[in-house]
Structure formats: C-alpha cells, structure tokens
Design a protein. Sequence first.
Length: 208
Amino acid sequence: MGKLSLVEQVNVGEKVVAFTFDDGPHPVYTYQLLEIFRGAGGRATFFMIGQEMEAHPELAAAVHREGHEIANHTYSHPDLTKLTLETAREELLRTEELIREVTGETARIFRPPYFGVNDDILSLAAERGYQTIGAVNGGAKDWENPGIEYIVEHTRPTVRPGSILIFHDGYGERSQTVEAVRTLVKELAAEGYRFVTVSELLDMAACT
C-alpha cells in the first residue's frame, strides 16, 4: 500500500464532480441544499457531525432518503491531531454508529475537521475502513463567509472531472454558501457535469 493521504481529486473518464458539505445537518441550510440537488437531479455528500445528527435525526434521515451520502466528520468537531489516539477513535466510532442507525450501513469515507491529519489519524481512519477525504477548493473558504462571488470565483478554477468540492451547511450562517452552490450547480450542469457522491466517484475510479 502506498502512503496514506487525503483524497482531493479522483481520476475518472466522465464529467462528474462531488459536492460535499461539512458540519451539518442544519434545519435551514441542509434543506435548501437538498432542494438545489433535487432540482439538478444530482447527489451530494454530507460530512455530518455526530452531535448535530443527534439534534436533528429527522433531517439526517431526509438526507439519506433523498439518495445523498452521509459521511463521518467526527462527533464533536475537534482537531483530531490534538487528541490521544483513543479519544480520536471514540470520535469516529460514535458518529459511525449514528450513521449506521440512519442508513443501515457503515460510512465509507471520513473528513477530519480543519483537515487536521497526521500519519496516526490517517492510519486510524484506514483501520476503520475509511478513505480520508480532502477537497480541491479549500481556497474558497466558504466557512469564513467571504461573499457569494468570492466562493464561486475561488471554486470555478479548481473544477475538473473527478474533483471533490468542500462547502459547509452547519455551524453558522450559511446563506452565502447556499447561493454560491446554487450558482455553481447551474453553471456546471450547463457544462454537462453530473453530480455524484464521493463514494460513487471512488467507485468510478476503481472501474477505469
């Protein structure tokens, strides 16, 4: 096996891209995003925090019911590199169980809060059967609410077939993100892109 690392881009032969959303579910913004992807006939991946899943179980269930992927973003959103390995493992396990309760399946992918990883955390994730997921458009910094146009302009140049894009639907006011995603989905659909989950993207790469 090669050195473990964050997966940000997948080598695929089709015009597909994976939109991902961290820190939810959120009772306002997650529903708005579901509506966008329903209209586009696409799917997204939601990296959920366990505490937020517990607070909004019906919303987590709605995300799954509409065909989107629910993935592990830890239970309480810590920087895992600052925890003991046992505490970091517990963060993954608690959310893993919550996802299984909602979906009936084990999550396949994981994103560390703040992209905080080291070799130990990458190995821990792999031990649990996860691929650890990054993103190509970190420069968009939607979590800082830099403006709709800023988010769009700093995402557009990063997109190519197989790109994984990061946005946020939780922990704060996310209306800028929702509108930026609305714009990007419309533009990319017009360019012939389809919107798939990260796991679908990984499966497509395995078949090429």
